[in-house]
Ligand binder design. Structure first.
Ligand SMILES: C[S@@+](CC[C@H](N)C(=O)[O-])C[C@H]1O[C@@H](n2cnc3c(N)ncnc32)[C@H](O)[C@@H]1O
Length: 255
């Protein structure tokens, strides 16, 4: 079984689809909450750097790391082609080392849920806290599982880049609320004028109810929730988290 993160061109094309609201949100937040002229940002598990490239263009000093060497290589090449610089390294969300402090750290699109145990997730949050400057911001975006949630969700979209068209079909195939595991199946239907192919990737994410999210955040009280938004990333429309919340984007500030 292939892991779609090993196919960076396809991942990057698929996930760059309709990311404009997310990007505007990040650009605005880090300007608003930093008083540095060139804020330092870190993206744990940056993958192909779909967000890093436009953030560099916006004037941010960007760093990112991942455990997937294919994705990192793809990102390095993309930076080189554009004559851009970012500090890209191989590291783990659970125990990454930092050499400087950051104004902002961001981790959206459920990446945090790749950390499958409570300890790993707590360790990540502690590392984030240590990596932030005082008053630095952590933007954490993840889906919550509502109490009555069943296996129902299929999300699909089509993205195009040059002659490449990718249809992504993402579905939850199993939900185990006791073990706190969601099994996701991602099918990429790939089409160019030369090939037509399909790649299936299946992997697990840790689940969070609102209560479980609140509980884990209590382990790192230095990270205080200052606002929450939904999947529309609309800064003029903060939400209050409730047990029916779906995708939540938390702004956590380090005290
Ligand atoms: C959904 S992708 C997100 C990539 C990128 N942050 C983005 O927004 O497009 C999840 C990424 O997490 C990486 N990943 C998963 N577990 C990791 C870990 N423990 N440490 C570092 N990277 C990890 C994967 O290799 C993959 O690139």
């Amino acid at each position: 079984m292939l892991n779609w993160y090993d196919l960076p061109t396809y991942y990057d094309t698929s996930f760059s689809h309709e990311m404009n609201d997310e990007l505007i949100f990040l650009k605005t937040i880090f300007k608003k909450y930093s008083n540095s002229s060139k804020p330092k940002l870190l993206e744990p598990a940056c993958g192909t750097g779909r967000l890093i490239i436009p953030l560099i263009r916006e004037g941010y000093d960007c760093s990112g790391f991942d455990l997937n060497r294919n994705a990192l290589l793809y990102l390095e090449k993309k930076l080189k082609r554009r004559k851009m610089y970012a500090n890209i390294f191989f590291d783990d969300m659970i125990k990454f080392k930092i050499h400087k402090k950051y104004d902002g750290i961001y981790c959206t699109v459920d990446t945090f849920r790749h950390l499958l145990t409570e300890n790993d997730a707590i360790q990540h949050l502690i590392n984030v806290k240590n990596a932030l400057k005082k008053n630095g911001i952590y933007v954490l975006g993840l889906h919550l599982i509502a109490n009555e949630k069943k296996i129902d969700k299929v999300t699909q979209w089509t993205a195009k880049r040059g002659g490449l068209t990718i249809r992504t079909i993402m579905s939850m195939v199993k939900l185990d609320k006791i073990k706190r595991r969601e099994t996701l199946r991602v099918e990429l239907k790939i089409k160019t004028n030369k090939i037509q192919d399909s790649v299936i990737s299946i992997y697990q994410l840790r689940t969070y109810t609102l209560l479980q999210l609140r509980k884990i955040l209590k382990n790192v009280p230095e990270l205080e929730i200052i606002n929450v938004y939904d999947e529309y990333y609309d800064l003029s429309n903060p939400i209050s988290l409730n047990s029916g919340s779906d995708y939540a984007v938390l702004l956590l500030r380090k005290n």
